[in-house]
Design a protein around this ligand. Sequence first.
Ligand code: NAP
Length: 255
Amino acid sequence: MSIRVIIAGFKGRMGQSACQMVLSDPELELVAVLDPFETATEWQGIPVFNDKAALEGFEADVWVDFTTPAVAYENTRFALENGFAPVVGTTGFTSQEIEELKELSRSKNLGGLIAPNFALGAVLLMQFATQAAKYFPNVEIIELHHDKKKDAPSGTAIKTAELMAEVRESIQQGASDEEELIAGARGANFDGMRIHSVRLPGLVAHQEVIFGNQGEGLTLRHDSYDRSSFMTGVNLGIKEVVKRHELVYGLEHLL
Ligand code: NAP
């Protein structure tokens, strides 16, 4: 039997890639799509919903979410409360929200995934960066995205910094008396590590993690050149969450 999927944010850039991926996989069935502003009642023969409340009691297994940071928490809560295992790519969750959603998933006995990055190379970049941070505590992150991205820094950059902070000696970087001549010049400060966000048309999603030590440097870089890079991870997420009983944060937990 195929896995029945709802896609929230189906008209967006990621939502459209996810629809194509689900439609092309015979093991998956797209049963509903959601967008608050769509006026048509059907898209490619699939019912369109404008209000998630109308999906209460709907028959589906998985809720894929590529919407906006403003509604993603509320959407994920709604999915769990209604028996849909969430696979969420929307970024912008606070760590408290993630903990609350994990707790809710356990109480509902439902699997789920919130992944700041579905690209396998980005997951590996985070793992390599975590290995290196143990030996190179001086590190800065540069994340680069298209200019329509709403949140900064990216969810991937925050997750990379969180993972490195678990193993890295906590130090303040740069000169102790450094001064920003223009506010923000040194980037965001995460436990002494600096994160810089670049937004330019033409980019998709890219990240560099730059380590420096006496007399040497190490640079790790990942590039998503197009949105198809995320779909292997979304497909894997959909097929895994239906077998699980708890929401996880990060694709690496399902690999
Ligand atoms: P996008 O093109 O702006 O798409 C978002 C879509 O969600 C829009 O069509 C928007 O409609 C719709 N929307 C807004 N509120 C909604 C609601 N309440 N219910 C349902 N749909 C709603 O953005 P995108 O580039 O696809 O990115 C979407 C999210 O995915 C962002 O948070 C981005 O950072 C994240 N992302 C994650 C990954 C990953 O691997 N995890 C990769 C890339 C992007 P309107 O335009 O009409 O408002």
